[in-house]
Design a protein. Structure first.
Length: 272
């Protein structure tokens, strides 16, 4: 017997799959983007008179994307496990998208969220809890934090400030680097349980577990590749094949629905 509800659900499910796969394809060149997959699981219940229903199950695929060098000093990529932590001032989000820039003395992501890091003492030791990485530019000297001419990151996510000192006796100038801050990285017991809060950002859930913050190379956390970006992990061929299959299923279900709808109309017409 033809089940209208089942057929409508099947059409809607294939539409949701198509939407997910097309979104993946649209972001195949978005740095830090992680592909999303979607499936539907049958559940049975007495309240449904034995008829099956399907519940949507979405998941983020957190496989490593290819790392590409950009030579932009503030571009960062994570090679291995972990997420950059960024804040909108109220909530902390987690991302693999390292397209960071300096804006009004603050290191921010493309959405304007501040990148979190730890302050460092002159010996490179962490001081205090993570906070927004901030180095305001002195309007008179043009120096970061009023004393650094240039800034650079290393593979530990450590930010160094380059400063020049002049020996008052010899009048010779020496340029040295001073550790200023270290980018915070977060890890989760179950990353696949994170929820999307943006195209390349995620938020913790009960399913993901609480974030554990640390720094590059600590525990299972990966290293940071400075002057680089992690590319999307979208597999073009895989997504194209999935779109083709979902499209075929959509068209088949829709054709069956239209055919049965027409037969139903004819049957109602005969009864009248």
């Amino acid at each position: 017997m033809f089940d209208f509800n089942y057929q409508v659900n099947a059409i809607m499910q294939n539409q949701q799959m198509l939407n997910t796969y097309f979104n993946n394809m649209q972001n195949q060149f978005t740095p830090g983007y992680k592909a999303e997959n979607v499936s539907f699981t049958d559940i049975l219940g007495q309240q449904m008179a034995g008829k099956g229903a399907k519940v949507k199950q979405s998941g983020i695929v957190f496989t490593q994307g290819q790392i590409a060098q950009t030579q932009v000093p503030t571009n960062l990529a994570i090679n291995g496990n972990g997420f950059f932590a960024v804040t909108d001032g109220t909530k902390t989000h987690y991302t693999r998208d390292g397209r960071f820039t300096w804006n009004n003395g603050q290191l921010v992501n493309p959405e304007g969220k501040a990148v979190l890091g730890y302050d460092l003492d002159p010996n490179g030791n962490i001081v205090g809890d993570p906070k927004a990485i901030t180095l305001p530019v002195d309007p008179q000297t043009g120096l970061y934090g009023g004393k650094y001419q240039n800034l650079r990151f290393d593979e530990n996510g450590t930010l160094y400030g380059q400063m020049t000192e002049t020996d008052p006796l010899t009048n010779q100038s020496v340029t040295k680097e001073v550790p200023v801050s270290q980018v915070a990285l977060g890890s989760f017991a179950n990353p696949s349980g994170l929820e999307k809060t943006g195209q390349t950002s995620f938020g913790e859930t009960d399913n993901s577990g609480k974030v554990v913050l640390g720094v590059a190379g600590q525990g299972a956390l990966g290293k940071v590749a400075p002057g680089s970006l992690e590319m999307s992990n979208v597999d073009f061929a895989q997504q194209a094949a999935a779109i083709g299959m979902a499209k075929q299923n959509y068209e088949a279900n829709f054709a069956a629905f239209r055919a049965m709808d027409k037969l139903t109309e004819q049957a109602i017409g005969l009864i009248r």
